[in-house]
Write a protein that binds this ligand. Sequence first.
Ligand code: IMP
Ligand code: MG
Length: 188
Amino acid sequence: MALQRDFSTILIERDRVAQRVHELGHQITRDLREAGVNLDDPQAANSRVVIIAVLTGAMVFVADLIREMPVKLHIELVAVSSYPGTSVESKGVKMKTALPSDLGGAHVLLIDDILDSGQTLHTLVDLIGRQHPASLRTCVLLRKPGKAKIDIKPDYVGFDIPDEFVVGYGLDFDGLYRNFPGIAVLRR
Ligand code: IMP
Ligand code: MG
C-alpha cells in the first residue's frame, strides 16, 4: 500500500486490531447485561443504550465495534477538535457540535480513538455526567500510558502503546492516513 512508505513501523496489524475489537464488543455486551440492561428491549426500564462516538478519529473503531455488539443501541456522534491541523500536542478541547440532550437515564458508552492527555474524555465525561445517565462508561482503542495529565481511567482499552504519534484505523495526521487498516508510526 502506498501509504506504508510514510510509516516507520506498523505497530498493530489489522488482524490484531480486528481480534481485539471483537473481544471488546463481547466484553461490553456482557457488562451491559450484567448491569441489568434488557438487551432485547430498549423500551424496558433503564435499558436505553447510547453509543457516543468522538469524531472524526473514532469513526472506524466505532463502525467495527458496534457490529460486534448484538444489542439494540442508538448511535450519536460528537465532533471535538483537540489537535488542529498538523500539531501533535494537545491544544485543549473544542466542542464543534452539541452533545445529545436526552442522556438522562440512558446507559452511555463514550468511545474515542486514543487517550493521550486525557482532556477530551475528561471534558466529555463531565458534560455527559451532568445529564445523569444510568451509567457512563468510556472506551478507547489506544492509550499512551504515563501521558495523561488528567487522572482518567477508561473502562475499556484496546491497546496500550508507546508514546509515539500514531496514525491509521481512524487516527490522522493533518487529516490523512485514517483509512490505513492497522496502526502505524509516522516516519518523521
Ligand atoms: P487527549 O485529549 O490529549 O487525550 O487527546 C485525544 C485526541 O487527540 C484523540 O481523540 C486524537 O484525535 C488525538 N491524538 C492523540 N494522540 C494521537 C496520535 O498519536 N495520533 C493521532 N491523533 C492523536
Ligand atoms: Mg480525535
